[in-house]
Ligand binder design. Structure first.
Ligand code: AMP
Length: 409
């Protein structure tokens, strides 16, 4: 479906053209019309499906149709600073030919930003993208003016609930006018999301984009190894692949730090990113990575969603991610913008069952590549051993953040 068929205003169509979008993605086809019609929407869709533009374009179009100067028109609540910044960049691109203003409001930056955010909230920036905690900090100072708010958008709602933002979200909603259009996007639809939706949404249109299977443009491979073989194998893979940007995921912060150090000792230009870094350091690292100055980045799952850097052509899972969704999100960092990419997972001995569960979820067996002979003997891939029953696995999927609560990403 072409964007011209949606009846968008000219200045929105110009933004779409300038962003080089030719046809609408499936989620865009399904959610743009009801949003333009003023309906509430609940959509299950993952990053990489074009979901951000799916809500931004009709929301911007409607804000322009019913322009109210000096008011916050749309509030987008997201789980992380990175996502807030990225959505704001998206808005800046798509709204380039309009007079709409926007701002990302997120914690962890300096007092000067707080003042700028305060001004934006008081004087009515058209679209605010915020993380819950920071928004609460502003709300507590009682100068926030959202009396004429027209849109509330919750993005990655499942992740926000997993991160314990439910109370903050409720508090923010209490500060909004009752009459507004609500949009909720979530990668998964566990019961608690449905409950949240029942509270917030009015007769919503439900849109389901089936669990995103990784696109064919990503070549997926896995190596079955002993834990101590992961470092030499990673070094080998980095040498073997002619990549522009390689992103290596580890589930734990401690592993990220350790691996980064070990790769640096091998004289590789590597940086790390995790929740221990200050916001400005994280932004700095991402900038250096995106510009190619540092070609290899080791990260926790903090980067597995939403980050959109076109030049990432190699993703290495240093360990097997917690579940199928995390896997899809991690490897989805490559092959962006119609490019190809390679995703390689290192399966340690104790991770074979988890990887097999991911394969089941995807309905796909991932090729097990032959490790270089320099590694010596490797274990056989023999998952069925002491495998949990199906019930346990699906429970784990819906409570997927639970095991991670013991450490901060
Ligand atoms: P998202 O799922 O919102 O994270 O979007 C993933 C990527 O797809 C981003 O780089 C978007 O700019 C891009 N994108 C969104 N909509 C389209 C479209 N209709 N055609 C081409 N690329 C798109």
């Amino acid at each position: 479906m072409r964007f011209s068929e949606f009846n968008f205003r000219d200045e929105i169509l110009e933004g779409i053209r300038a962003s080089n979008y030719e046809t609408a993605t499936p989620i865009q086809e399904k959610v743009i019309p009801p949003i333009l019609d003023g309906r509430d929407v609940i959509a299950s869709a993952q990053t990489g499906t074009g979901k951000t533009a799916a809500f931004l374009l009709p929301v911007m179009n409607r804000l322009l149709e019913n322009y109210i100067d000096g008011q916050v028109g749309a509030l987008i609540i997201v789980p992380t600073r990175e996502l807030a910044i990225q959505i704001n960049q998206h808005i800046e691109g798509l709204s380039y030919f309009t007079n709409l203003s926007s701002m990302a409001i997120y914690g962890g930056n300096d007092a000067q930003n707080f003042v700028a955010e305060k001004k934006a909230l008081q004087h009515g920036t058209d679209i605010i993208v915020c993380t819950p905690g920071r928004m609460i900090a502003h709300l507590n100072m009682s100068y926030v003016n959202m009396k004429k708010l027209q849109f509330l958008i919750l993005d990655e709602a499942d992740r926000m609930l997993d991160m314990g933002f439910q109370d903050d979200i409720n508090k923010i909603i209490r500060a909004l006018p009752a009459k507004r259009q609500n949009l909720l996007f979530s990668a998964t639809m566990p019961r608690k999301i449905k409950e949240l939706a029942n509270k917030i949404l009015h007769q919503p249109v439900e849109v389901n984009i089936a669990i995103a299977k990784p696109p064919d443009s990503i070549t997926q491979k896995a190596y079955v190894v002993f834990e101590e073989q992961k470092l030499p194998l990673t070094l080998h893979l980095l040498q073997e692949h002619a990549f522009k940007n390689a992103l290596i995921f580890c589930s734990r912060k401690a592993t990220v730090k350790q691996l980064t150090k070990m790769l640096q000792q091998k004289k590789l230009s590597v940086a790390e990113i995790h929740s221990d870094l200050e916001q400005k350091d994280r932004e700095n690292v991402l900038l250096k990575f995106a510009s190619g100055r540092i070609p290899v980045l080791v990260a926790t799952d903090i980067l597995s969603r939403g980050i959109d850097i076109d030049t990432i052509d190699l993703v290495i899972n240093y360990d097997v991610p917690g579940d199928g969704e995390d896997y899809v999100h991690r490897i989805g960092r490559t092959a962006r913008a119609k490019a190809d990419g390679t995703a390689i997972t290192l399966i340690g001995e104790k991770e074979q069952n988890s990887f097999s569960a991911i394969e089941d979820l995807l309905g796909q067996k991932i090729e097990k590549a032959k490790p270089p002979s320099s590694l010596g003997d490797v274990p056989a891939y023999n998952p069925g051993k002491k495998r949990k029953g199906k019930r346990n696995q699906s429970k784990r999927k819906f409570h997927r953040q639970q095991p991670k609560k013991s450490f901060k990403k």
